[in-house]
Design a protein around this ligand. Structure first.
Ligand SMILES: O=C(O)c1cc(C(=O)O)c2c(n1)C(=O)C(=O)c1cc(C(=O)O)[nH]c1-2
Length: 586
């Protein structure tokens, strides 16, 4: 989309949730920098009036307003930046509250998209809407799914050309994942690519679509790699981020877990089956939806390692050659580097050293070398396999990483948690959870020098060397999106509610501020009339904060999250607040 591209090229703006199409969450602004960040002050705060987990962040497109959104009921606000957040307009969709129990992991929403004077929002009830950014007037609505069948929407749309690209949620309810494009002007559906089923419905051609550089060859793997009919409830929901390479004209995203968490129900003749195309990176043509290449990160998932984490598009030198890279700090605990043109796998190394479900990846076949001891399938149904690292939350969840082209490093909040996982036989009922495993979670083992019992860290990761350059331990999983800036700073938020600025090269903490609630939103920056601002939504929740958000106490509730995060209530409480920071003298 030309308007979106133009906005992205102006460093004053933050026009898309990940900062640019490449997903880098990097800003060239440097008014706030490592020499003055200690003077950074909150300028004003705004309560959204909504209590549950606030993900995503404010958009700024140069019209003097911030556009923000909330979790269910998905309110939208246009706030006047020059008038300390005065409400210019607000919009609240009319949604059926019966959608609330259909969300797996809190009633979150990862934010608005913008293009051509319109804002786009995915409502929890599967309605995609376009609003007039000037007035807040509703322009069109499109129905993307059905919550009575277990579908919801939480992801942030991406606008590419004249299309709004969206994905559904519901992997824990046995939905069939799909990515869909709607026309920006009319809301009409233009294409839909499913995550499983026939090649016609996945929009792939086994003769031309490649996997690790070779044509797939075999037809309809989206059906034949499942036991009879199971692909119809095969999950693979693309509930995370979509990125885009304007030169190659390809979009990239990943699909979630394959239906039920009981792996035994996804076997063929009692043996593991690939369950394609769950936990798969897709490269698609945004014009038609056709698949250029795929890479399945975890065939036959046994741990809920959803593959939806952001695919950061970065240009790198690899073994002396310039490559168009694609880097993932993945849920599996591995950092991947791929060639985004050919789909070749170049690097797969652990960023969370406790990761034990697999020793390594075979770069030729692209398959993980799974350890039998932590295979929940080999251990068996109704057997509690203990101390698997990472948990089903992944060593990193969807909270997006940042990339600095100056340091060549990725910056990400990660999880240091392990789990016990007991699969059980489950039956599919439309609109009901189709989970089939009981989980408990605990802090990952520490090594000398680590913070005792820490459950998270913030890391700088070298995607080419496959190495952690520095890390900062945190009490809880770091569930906020990171920001990197030309001011030599990296920013992140913590579940206690701290926003922190660290030196981008050394990781040394330079500044912190305690916001009123835990941060699971993303930190965004923008400049208006010569003043650089930083904006963040706090409001604890998401999967990590589900105990607080949904008032759960039983340790096995919240798909195991309540057991690990029970101490969170000693540090923070619910409530959505936008905080806007700047230097007092700027
Ligand atoms: O499979 C799915 O459809 C699905 C959806 C979502 C979601 O939409 O929020 C999450 C997950 N899975 C999931 O596995 C997960 O870890 C998760 C964390 C969060 C969150 O917002 O904190 N959402 C989701």
């Amino acid at each position: 989309n030309q308007n979106q591209l133009d906005l992205q090229q102006n460093p004053d703006f933050w026009a898309t949730q990940l900062g640019n199409y490449q997903g880098n969450r990097y800003s060239q602004l440097d008014q706030i920098n490592r020499d003055n960040v200690q003077d950074l002050r909150a300028q004003w705060q705004f309560s959204t009036g909504v209590l549950r987990g606030h993900e995503g962040g404010p958009l700024y497109v140069g019209d003097g307003r911030l556009y923000i959104h909330t979790p269910f009921p998905n309110k939208v606000f246009a706030l006047d930046l020059e008038d300390e957040g005065r409400i210019v307009w607000s919009y609240e969709p009319d949604q059926d509250s019966r959608v609330i129990p259909v969300y797996c992991c809190d009633t979150v929403n990862r934010g608005l998209a913008y293009a051509d004077g319109k804002l786009f929002l995915n409502q929890g009830d599967n309605t995609v809407i376009a609003l007039d950014a000037e007035s807040g007037e509703l322009l069109w609505e499109a129905e993307n799914g059905d919550h009575t069948e277990g579908e919801t929407m939480t992801m942030s749309p991406l606008v590419v050309h004249d299309k709004v690209i969206v994905g559904n949620s519901g992997g824990e309810f046995g939905v069939r994942g799909h990515l869909t494009a709607y026309n920006v002007e009319t809301g009409e559906m233009e294409w839909r690519g499913y995550s499983q089923g026939s090649d016609d419905e996945v929009l792939l051609d086994p003769e031309t679509t490649t996997m690790l550089g070779e044509p797939i060859g075999e037809a309809d793997l989206g059906i034949s790699t499942w036991p009879e009919g199971e692909w119809e409830r095969g999950g693979g929901a693309p509930w995370g981020w979509v990125t885009y390479d304007p030169e190659l004209d390809l979009i990239y995203y990943g699909t979630g877990n394959p239906g039920t968490w009981n792996p035994e129900q996804r076997t063929i003749d009692g043996e593991p089956a690939d369950n394609k195309w769950a936990i798969t990176v897709f490269a698609r043509d945004p014009n038609t939806g056709e698949t250029k290449w795929v890479y399945q990160k975890v065939p036959f998932d046994e741990w809920d390692y959803d593959g939806v984490n952001e695919n950061q598009l970065i240009d790198v030198e690899f073994e002396g050659e310039q490559r168009k890279g694609l880097a993932i700090i993945d849920r599996t605990g591995f950092g991947f580097l791929m060639d985004r043109e050919s789909g070749e796998l170049l690097v797969a190394e652990k960023f969370a050293p406790e990761t034990n479900w697999a020793d390594s990846y075979d770069l030729e076949t692209g398959r993980p070398n799974v350890s039998e001891e932590f295979s929940t399938f080999r251990q068996g149904v109704d057997v509690n396999t203990t101390n698997i690292c990472p948990t089903a939350m992944g060593a990193k969840n969807m909270q997006p990483s940042a990339y600095s082209p100056e340091t060549g490093l990725l910056y990400a909040g990660i999880n240091r948690i392990c789990m016990n996982y007991e699969p059980f036989e489950t039956e599919y009922v439309a609109g009901q959870p189709y989970v089939g495993a009981t989980l408990t979670m605990m802090p990952a083992p520490t090594q000398e020098g680590d913070m005792e019992g820490r459950m998270g860290s913030f890391i700088a990761w070298d995607p080419v060397a496959g190495e952690t350059v520095w890390e900062i331990d945190e009490r809880f999983a770091v569930w906020s999106g990171a920001l990197a800036t030309a001011g030599d700073l990296a920013f992140y938020g913590t579940l206690e509610g701290y926003m922190k600025a660290v030196d981008i090269e050394s990781g040394e903490e330079l500044w912190r501020f305690k916001t009123p609630s835990g941060i699971i939103g993303n930190i965004n920056t923008f400049q208006h009339e010569g003043k650089q601002y930083i904006g963040v939504l706090s409001g604890v929740g998401g999967w990590a904060g589900i105990g607080l958000a949904a008032g759960l106490e039983d340790p096995e509730e919240g798909l195991g999250a309540v057991s690990a995060f029970s101490a969170l209530k000693d540090y923070t409480e619910l409530g959505g607040i936008l905080t806007v920071f700047a230097l007092p003298d700027a």
